[in-house]
Design a protein around this ligand. Structure first.
Ligand code: HEC
Ligand code: HEC
Length: 264
């Protein structure tokens, strides 16, 4: 544990130096968020916290607002344990949180439940986006990692549980019924919004009715689960990259087979 704190302390210090340097340069805001894949079964406390830091500064876009420019509380330099205790003691506080972890989670999932003084928009709504919804859309594991980071960076105890090999999303997935066939899966996942397939003539993405003439089954599978690995010439990389998380393996295989057999 002490080593973790040392390492993190150092990384926070480095971050501060970086923040100061980058704030001196005008055009640094809005770095492209990077997608990272991870094996949920393989985390240690340290790697989980580092994932959280990565998400906080990258994909989560938290530092676009939470920085030293005054748009939002500067979480990087605040002790979030003490902050949570102060918020919970505020007479304006009407949420359900009881400790640091639940306060941080609530701030991210229901930002308007309690709006930090001087930061509210008219009607006392929070300007902060709900971060498990589009466009940020973090998963439960990612949210936990960010909470772990916000706890440990200040030397507070990490109370969130490390993810297990079966991530929680997988449990909710089994609740949703398996699509009956490839056509049903293609409609359910909205492929028709961008591709010409089934009754759709959309031209945002390549025509999928003849994709078998261009790609092998393996390439079709990759195009769906890692759409940005190879970008089809003449198109921009705008295909959602979270189908692998959303789809059941069977659905993916039905779609791949259907497309590989000519998409009719
Ligand atoms: C568009 C700007 C914006 C983004 C992006 C944003 N926030 Fe916020 N956040 C705010 C503002 C403004 C507040 C203060 C108002 C409030 O309480 O909701 C806030 C409040 C918070 C609080 C409560 C802070 C306190 O002092 O009690 C936490 C925790 C938090 N945000 C975490 C995050 C995390 C983690 C992310 C990234 C996943 C994030 N925010 C992304 C604007 C943003
Ligand atoms: C928001 C629009 C959008 C959605 C929704 C979408 N795609 Fe795509 N897709 C694209 C674009 C744009 C490309 C080309 C750029 C690229 O390769 O990422 C593409 C590329 C592909 C390719 C490679 C085609 C080729 O000829 O190289 C396949 C296969 C594919 N998509 C299948 C799917 C399937 C299956 C779904 C539904 C599960 C889907 N797409 C949903 C936009 C979309």
């Amino acid at each position: 544990m002490p080593i973790v704190i040392k390492v993190l302390g150092f990384s926070v210090a480095l971050t501060l130096v970086f923040t100061i340097i980058t704030n001196l340069l005008p055009q640094v805001e809005g770095e492209a968020p990077q997608e990272k894949t991870f094996d949920p079964g393989a985390f240690t406390e340290e790697s989980f916290v580092l994932l959280g830091e990565d998400l906080f500064k990258g994909k989560g876009t938290c530092t676009l607002c939470h920085n030293n420019m005054g748009r939002a509380p500067d979480i990087l330099v605040m002790n979030m344990g003490e902050t949570a205790a102060e918020r919970l003691a505020d007479t304006r506080y009407q949420g359900k949180a009881t400790d640091t972890e639940s306060y941080l989670r609530e701030s991210m999932l229901e930002p308007s439940l309690y709006v930090v003084k001087n930061y509210g928009k008219k009607g006392s709504k929070s300007p902060m986006p709900v971060i498990n919804k589009a466009p940020i859309q973090l998963s439960e594991i990612e949210i936990n990692a960010i909470i772990a980071y916000m706890q440990v960076k200040d030397g507070n105890q990490m109370t969130v549980a490390l993810p297990t090999a079966t991530p929680p999303q997988e449990k909710t997935k089994t609740v949703q019924a398996l699509a009956e066939n490839a056509e049903a899966a293609i409609s359910q996942y909205g492929c028709t919004a961008c591709h010409a397939i089934l009754t759709s003539e959309s031209e945002i993405g390549p025509d999928l009715r003849n994709v078998a003439t261009r790609l092998s089954s393996a390439e079709i599978r990759q195009s769906i689960i890692e759409p940005n690995a190879v970008i089809t010439e003449g198109y921009s990389p705008m295909m959602p990259s979270n189908f692998a998380e959303q789809m059941k393996v069977k659905e993916l295989e039905m779609i791949v087979q259907f497309l590989a057999e000519g998409g009719q």
